[in-house]
Design a protein around this ligand. Structure first.
Ligand code: PEP
Ligand code: MG
Length: 599
């Protein structure tokens, strides 16, 4: 029987193959260990810990072989690739956990105290952790909970193997069935990193979020992936044929001949389309009637520049520098030098300007140990100390970054962008700090661009409504629709229970966008858009119709956006854009949007 299930698509693409189900749930039973057997039981536990360490070491050692460094010509270099380093950084925390007393000591104490078997003691420790982490209402710490769970499961698998060889231990298997689609409760980033090497085409997990490390790795490896597909294992059987549609977050189980043909056509079509779009790399983003549009790329990591280079982007419109502060574990926070090197790497890899957004930490982007650094996690973190607010409060965090940005501005064209600006006062404060840092650098004879542009993101209704008042104090604006929509419609962007209300076409959102773009154009102030809306093909013509001339989008979608721009005639967009802006309900807007996209 054929049926469809929906989860959260985190990495797009279509894959078709037999499903390979991992980690059948194991039942952990408690049994008594007599005093004289305790030393052997403790040794059994220690052996399992060592085997788990060995497994991770092996995975880590193989990474540079799987992701070798490449030079600019694509030739294999002798160094270790940045992707390999990035992936290894997800494995190292798991290795550290295996050496922590929480796993080396406490389960042994439980065994001694309760005279119980190793699996049961470990399970008790797992329950304690789960309770502890569930009491913390913070997405970043929730992700740590998954890390601990994955490490504990790894040890449990070793323990159960020594007790009785289970029927399947596919995660540790050397080979998966070639071309299979893995279905698991959850996957560790380390396991995910090995997927392409083991011939896995795609994966589906029952748990996990859009921002989990596993999802990040899937995207960087280009494997179609869906997470959060609850109860999938209840409905699927080993060997079922599965279609994974990573874009729509849907799987089709045992598709009939017609739908299989449909997905195969779609797959071929996507491949052909990617090939066709790649030819646009050198082409300018110019409309049919001759208007040149600037197309920047958004990046999170310096390593994203490999993907950016394939697009021929005009520069970087959003560099989310807060990612430099994440997944660091015992490496501490990055210093000025690390910031500087990352910026210079990006500047050297692209021809156009690089828009470095100052740290947008806070809300769902907490640093390691973030709670202790910035105080207890607040009840409404999205409305709390985040973005420029946090930077202005914690100069030990902000000043090294300002110094690094200014120094980098002597290497290439840098634009500095401030997130979460809500008042003009914040811009004055930042400019004051910039002047201070410039004086310091001059005294140290360090080079910088004294005219480096400083811009503000439009992410909050307060700045959007009166952007004209901010214009004299900024060199450019960039509209962050991800937050602007969240704050305008009062919808938490990370809460999937209200996701259906997240509506870029809401009249309030459209009016705000039109106001900001219109006021900026009147004042001849550069305004770009770097939120996801800019990279969504459905809205490109509407935004062009509103007057947007600078787009900053994910490298994955950049060439698609360029294609739409090159097939748009600005002179025809105006009347329909006006009708959309005056439309009273979303269904009418949708119909008008379909018309504008069909022009
Ligand atoms: C935005 O809010 O639209 C944006 C680009 O910033 P981020 O997604 O990093 O919050
Ligand atoms: Mg934002």
């Amino acid at each position: 029987m054929s049926f469809t299930l929906h989860g959260i698509g985190v990495s797009r693409g279509i894959a078709i193959g037999p499903v390979h189900i991992l980690r059948p749930q194991v039942e952990i039973n408690e049994y008594r260990i007599e005093a004289e057997q305790l030393p052997a039981e403790i040794q059994r536990y220690r052996n399992a810990l060592e085997q788990a360490r060995e497994e991770l070491r092996k995975i880590r050692d193989q990474i540079p072989l799987i992701y070798p460094a490449r030079d600019n010509t694509g030739e294999v270099d002798s160094g270790v690739s940045a992707t390999a380093v990035e992936i290894a950084s997800f494995i190292d925390p798991h290795m550290l956990m295996l050496d922590d007393a929480m796993l080396t000591q406490i389960p042994i104490e439980i065994m001694k105290e309760k005279h119980c078997n190793a699996e049961w003691a470990l399970q008790q420790q797992h329950i304690r952790f789960t309770e502890l982490f569930e009491a913390m209402d913070n997405e970043y710490l929730q992700a740590r909970k998954h890390d601990i769970q994955q490490v504990i499961e790894r040890i449990q698998r070793r323990l159960l193997r020594t007790q009785q060889p289970p029927e399947e231990e596919p995660l540790d298997a050397r080979e998966f069935p070639e071309g299979c689609i893995v279905l698991a409760d959850d996957l560790t980033p380390a396991d995910t990193a090995m997927m392409p090497h083991r011939g896995v085409k795609a994966f589906v997990t029952e748990h996990g979020g859009m921002n989990s490390h596993t999802a990040i790795i899937a995207r960087s490896l280009g494997i179609p992936a869906i997470v959060g597909l609850r109860s999938a294992r209840r409905y699927l059987r080993r060997g079922d044929t599965l279609v994974v549609d990573g874009l729509r977050g849907a799987i089709v189980c045992n598709p009939d001949v017609r739908s299989l043909r449909y997905f195969k056509i779609l797959q071929t079509e996507q491949k052909r389309r990617r090939g066709e779009l790649s030819r646009l790399r050198e082409a300018p983003a110019v409309t049919c009637d001759g208007q040149l549009i600037t197309l920047y790329a958004n990046i999170e990591f310096p390593t994203d520049m490999q993907a950016v280079k394939r697009t021929g982007a005009n520069g970087i419109g959003l560099y989310r520098t807060e990612f430099l502060h994440m997944n660091r574990d015992d490496r501490g926070q990055p210093d000025e030098e690390e910031h500087y090197e990352a910026y210079v790497h990006v500047l050297r890899a692209v021809d156009g300007p690089v828009t470095i957004r100052t740290l947008d930490l806070g809300a769902d982007k907490q640093v390691d140990g973030g709670a202790s650094r910035i105080g207890a996690v607040p009840a409404n973190p999205a409305l709390g100390l985040r973005g420029v607010r946090l930077c202005l409060k914690d100069l030990s965090l902000f000043k090294p970054q300002l110094r690094a940005i200014l120094r980098a501005s002597s290497v290439g064209p840098v634009r500095m962008m401030l997130p979460m600006v809500t008042s003009i006062q914040e811009i004055h404060q930042v400019r004051q700090l910039v002047r201070e840092v410039q004086r310091e650098l001059s005294a140290e004879k360090q080079a910088f661009d004294p005219d480096m542009p400083i811009g503000a993101m439009i992410e909050v209704p307060s700045i959007a409504i009166c952007s004209d008042l901010f214009i004299p104090y900024v060199d450019f604006f960039s509209i962050g629709t991800n937050d602007l929509i969240q704050y305008t419609l009062a919808i938490d962007r990370v809460d999937d229970s209200v996701g259906y209300l997240y509506e870029p076409l809401h009249p309030a959102v459209l009016r705000l966008l039109n106001t900001v773009i219109g006021q900026s154009l009147n004042a001849q102030k550069v305004v770009s858009m770097c939120g996801e809306m800019a990279g969504d093909g459905r809205y490109v013509r509407l935004l062009l119709g509103m007057g947007l001339r600078y787009f900053s989008v994910n490298p994955e979608t950049l060439l698609e956006v360029k294609h739409i721009i090159r097939h748009s005639d600005l002179s025809k967009l105006h009347p329909l854009t006006q009708r959309i802006l005056h439309s009273q309900d979303t269904s009418e807007t949708e119909a008008l949007l379909a018309q504008i996209n069909a022009l």
